[in-house]
Design a protein. Sequence first.
Length: 359
Amino acid sequence: MSIYHHAITPNGEVIFSNLPSDLNNLIRQEHPTTKAFEAIIDGKLQKVRLGFKTNEYGAIYICTNDSRYVNSFKLFKELTNISLISLKSMSDLKFQITERHNGINEELIHNLTSLNTYSIQDLYALIPQNLLSENIYKQRETIKEIIAKEPNVTSKTLLQLLKYNLAMKVEFSVFQKTLQKNPKVQLLEDSISDVLISILQIFIADFTEKRITVSMDQTDKRLMIDYESLTVSLYYLLDNGIKYCSPNSQFRIKFSESENCFCIIFEMISIKIEDNEIDRLCERFYRSKVACQINTKGGGLGMYRVLKTLKLNNAELQIVPRVGNYETKNGDICYQQNRFVIKFLGQEDWFKRNGIGRN
């Protein structure tokens, strides 16, 4: 015995429906009957009752072959009234789900469109479109001449294109992994130093442009990580570092290890972090007042994505502002020494795992 519902909004959009296809013709009737009648459901002739109720949130159809409601109009009426009460909740839930998915899709489209625009702008700045269209049969020769004449600009453009392509890969990775209920995580042993350098090299030109000196301590540490998701975490952390670090400063990457925990420590002279902002920096769409002053086009998603993707590696982010007394100003913007720590939890000591004793 079953109870079926078909709920629609005032404009006819379906909110929820588990109504068998055999009964679809019944809900098209202008005034469906509430009397018991016979209908074919799943190829069988069954006795059913159909109800219909409306309110400001839409309309709901209730159909059942449960003998309790088929044989008692009173009980069926109570069932119909109770079902109508749930219409608002169903409508609100559908709206929330739709808004969430539309927001995520719009966010992805916006970011990929922006990255594509940046790529095209940089390419056309190096190779103007009019030069290629002047003689379509000599495009290769034209490009060779530009590269030979502007080797520094060419190398800078190529590095930017590499970064944009990595950013696009990151966008798709975030979109796929953070939306999946059980994302595929492939934990393999990898050199943490190699992983950092592979991402860091993409941003060196940006650090150089702001005259930021980057240094990284040595480590032989190997961790069980999901390379793709950790790449995403590091990408957004470095991307934010470049945006909000003070020009003419130092960006240091250090490491620390305890018995069951390994940390990557990023120390930088970056925008001042107020105490009430620490717990909010990783909230979706949250941007501090100073961050808005520096970068008006940001979406407040970078640190949120760092936190989200770190969880796939059983890691967490710790933000420690004002680790020293150093403070400087660039116009109205105040910079201080801040520390961002990626803490990998539950990592067995690599030396123990490989049977190497420590002195």
